[in-house]
Design a protein around this ligand. Structure first.
Ligand code: GSH
Length: 209
């Protein structure tokens, strides 16, 4: 059995945040596929045995079971010493971006992609609202990245892996990356790191995918 087990599924960018960290750090890990589209995360057994929050990702490491991608990233940074903060100030800066990611960046963009790209809802008031909010969050990150290679400066950290989690999926969202040149160059810089693998190559997808 591998050292780390990750409950995940290919379409989940939150899972991908953890999976990409495991890949980029050369960790010994194996995915455990979660059948999200058949409702596994909403089932009683999953909430009882895997994650009471009813979400993926979940990282299992020996006797540890961790949930929330930010917590998993922090744990792996601490264990591997890679993509980690070098001091307390950096640690706070990393958490500032991870919290922004979870609240404003991933939350709006991932929901937009889920509705437009996966559920194919077409345009609605909800998708219009989400695209406006995602565009605002993208603009903030794009501006911050002007003159910086990565969120904290010259070196990539788990903050970058958190925010970039949903930026490699091919599904349509109606959001144009060309409008955010710093963000677009930054996601390419992350994809050029040694050991980087895209989400659908790294994590299993269901039989219907
Ligand atoms: N803040 C959480 C979000 C996790 C999350 O929303 N995961 C989704 C998949 S991307 C999920 O499992 N949703 C299950 C559900 O809503 O039923 C994290 O970063 O881990």
């Amino acid at each position: 059995m591998a050292e780390y087990q990750l409950y995940c599924f290919g379409e989940s960018g939150n899972s991908y945040k953890a999976a990409s960290m495991l890949a980029l750090t050369g960790s010994d890990w194996q995915p455990i596929w979660v059948d999200f589209f058949k409702g596994e995360t909403r089932g009683e057994a999953y909430r009882r045995d895997v994650n009471e929050l009813g979400e993926a990702p979940v990282l299992v490491h020996g006797g540890e079971r961790l949930t929330q991608s930010g917590v998993i990233l922090d744990y792996l940074a601490e264990r591997t010493g890679q993509f980690a903060a070098r001091d307390e100030r950096e640690r706070r800066e990393i958490w500032r971006w991870i919290l922004f990611d979870n609240h404003k960046f991933t939350s709006y963009f991932a929901t937009l992609r889920f509705l437009v790209g996966l559920q194919k809802t077409g345009e609605t008031a909800v998708t219009e609202f989400l695209r406006t909010r995602a565009t605002g969050a993208f603009g903030i990150v794009d501006q911050h990245l002007a003159g910086r290679d990565f969120l904290l400066g010259a070196r990539p950290t788990i903050a970058d892996l958190s925010l970039a989690g949903y930026l490699y999926y091919p599904e349509e969202t109606g959001l144009d990356f060309a409008a955010f040149p710093n963000l677009d160059a930054w996601r390419a810089r992350i994809a050029a790191l040694p050991g980087w693998v895209g989400p659908y190559e790294l994590m299993p997808r269901g039989p219907a995918a």
